[in-house]
Design a binder for this molecule. Structure first.
Ligand SMILES: [Zn+2]
Length: 573
């Protein structure tokens, strides 16, 4: 199995996985061969990255499933109550397995708690202690399954995201409590699915809110295991949206505004995305021999970015029209269970469905690009941050113009960039010589440097304003030196700051190590209990927790450069 470089941290080397990966490589090469030359060249040269090339024209990326539109209630006619309860989760597993074969990316439950409330009501299941226990057991088994099972011929785990936190009824609250408690108390082996807690004033923020206890529980779990992450509905980025209609993928992909309907995530997904290498554009400009001011270089950057983005739009349109050559029969699970906002009708073009999806233009390395163009430190200089903001504003403006022009849902994505954070600088280092290239990775989207040394609230204050611009998805992380454990106030304050500074989606990170010999957990290179050096390291990458051993080289370099934004105990203002 030598010679296969895996593209993401969830992949594992098994025989069948190797066959799958080898096939993927061949298909990617063929797709590149068949693409218009200009598209392929920009990708190969590392100015852009066309993600999921193997899925090009074959399928879409990800989906927040509409589970209620065609839930198969009839299948359970005459079944016992217990069978109905476990059967709901059998259905969820069935859908995940099938969708895993039908699409290329993540699978989202937009309202895990609210949807189960509706299904239980429809089944008329009495909320006895026995039934609630069966529900709790089923939720726990489902989490285990999401964590341990492997898709794509055993090669990778399912990227499942459970959005929850809004349901205030007894049953919905029980679902949320069961999921978070189980995740919090399970061993470090359990790092999936991603759980996203929806934070909303009047529902779960203040002590007088009905789900305040569940928010506290979520904070406890995040302090111990980095999950859940938080989708903030009172922040400027999301204040206009109805929380039950909007959800996010663990990786950060967000689908809300729709040229063809109301603002919602439920039943919609991303079709595809392309990331632009911002540091490369900056390096090209910087390498020109003529003397220019920083302001002139920034202007040059904007016009060059616009040229590249025009090609990216052409690529996304090409990919979209290729996808429309598929038929409803290519999506049997979607066709059967009506998971998108519109039916996969064999009599109609798939355009009826896929025009509700998003086409995203992503970016990586804003802070690196600013540093190359102006010489200023993005983390420290408010002037550099303002310049960065103006660049991203320019990008968003461009995206909105093309959305109008083509009547398609173009969005601006602050790419998670697991693979590209290493791929781009390694290509660029062959052509350019700049200090920015020395660290071996480019900084995530609009984030400040991972070794910024800013405290959590400063970091949130710098990154917050960008969130409203990145309407295709973004996240801000706060890095702790170790698990904050009992210090839920620290995370609560980060969430509060996130709301105040316009953050859309937020997570806390810290190194999470486990001794493979005695099970001791903490942050260490050698086990403090048994002195073993066999240590499993869990770190977050591209939104999901993964085993560090399997990270791509770029992400390994990034993790090794990460410096905490706070030591524990975190000082509360
Ligand atoms: Zn040990």
């Amino acid at each position: 199995m030598k010679g296969i470089q895996f593209d993401n941290a969830a992949q594992r080397k098994t025989y069948v996985g190797w066959v799958y990966e080898a096939g993927t490589k061949v298909i990617k090469e063929r797709v590149l061969d068949e693409l218009p030359g200009e598209f392929a060249r920009l990708h190969t040269e590392g100015l852009i990255h066309i993600h999921d090339l193997d899925a090009y024209g074959q399928t879409y990326n990800c989906l927040q499933m509409d589970l209620l539109r065609s839930f198969p209630y009839g299948r359970f006619d005459g079944a016992s109550t217990f069978r109905k309860i476990t059967g709901i989760f059998d259905h969820f597993r069935d859908v995940i397995i099938k969708l895993g074969n039908e699409q290329s990316g993540g699978i989202g439950f937009p309202n895990f708690d609210l949807d189960l409330e509706v299904i239980f009501t429809e089944f008329d299941i009495p909320q006895t202690s026995e039934n609630l226990q069966a529900l709790r057991d089923s939720v726990e088994a489902f989490i285990d399954w999401c964590n341990y099972s492997r898709e794509r011929c055993g090669q990778t785990t399912y990227y499942v995201s459970l959005n929850l936190g809004l349901a205030t009824g007894q049953l919905g609250r029980h679902v949320t409590r069961s999921a978070i408690e189980y995740f919090r108390d399970s061993s470090l082996d359990v790092i999936k699915p991603n759980i996203i807690f929806k934070v909303k004033r009047g529902v779960n923020c203040a002590p007088s809110d009905p789900n305040y206890d569940l928010f506290q529980l979520a904070l406890e779990s995040s302090c111990k295991k980095m999950i859940p992450t938080y989708l903030l509905f009172d922040s400027a980025a999301n204040a206009a949206y109805e929380p039950a209609k909007v959800a996010i993928m663990g990786c950060r992909t967000k689908v809300v505004a729709d040229v063809y309907g109301e603002d919602r995530s439920v039943g919609r997904g991303n079709i595809g995305y392309v990331t632009i290498n911002l540091p490369r554009i900056a390096l090209e400009i910087d390498a020109q021999p003529t003397r220019r001011t920083a302001e002139q270089k920034l202007q040059q950057f904007k016009s060059r970015w616009t040229e590249v983005a025009e090609t990216v739009v052409a690529i996304l349109l090409h990919r979209y029209s290729d996808l429309l050559h598929m038929t409803a029969d290519d999506f049997p699970c979607n066709q059967k269970f009506g998971l998108w906002v519109k039916d996969f009708d064999p009599e109609q073009s798939l355009e009826e469905v896929f025009r509700h999806g998003t086409l995203s233009i992503g970016f990586i390395g804003l802070s690196d690009a600013i540093e190359i163009l102006t010489g200023d430190d993005f983390t420290r200089s408010s002037n550099a941050q303002r310049q960065g903001y103006e660049l991203v504003e320019h990008m968003r403006c461009f995206v909105d113009i093309y959305r109008e022009k083509h009547a398609l849902n173009f969005t601006l994505l602050a790419s998670s960039g697991e693979f590209i954070s290493g791929r781009f600088p390694s290509i660029d280092a062959d052509h350019f010589d700049h200090p920015v290239l020395e660290k071996g990775f480019y900084t995530n989207s609009f984030h400040v440097d991972v070794d910024s040394g800013l405290n959590p609230l400063e970091k949130i204050a710098v990154e917050g304003p960008f969130h409203v611009l990145a309407n295709g998805g973004c996240i801000s992380y706060v890095e702790f030196s170790a698990a904050p454990l009992a210090n839920t106030e620290a995370v609560a304050e980060v969430v509060e700051a996130g709301i105040e500074h316009g953050v859309n989606y937020l997570g806390v990170n810290f190194p999470l190590d486990r001794c493979l010999d005695c099970g001791e957990q903490g942050t260490f290179d050698q086990c403090p209990r048994c002195r073993s050096k066999r240590i499993q390291r869990i770190r977050r990458v591209s939104g999901y927790l993964e085993d560090f051993e399997f990270f791509t080289p770029g992400k390994k370099a990034e993790v090794e450069n990460r410096r905490p934004n706070s030591c524990v105990p975190f000082e509360v203002r």
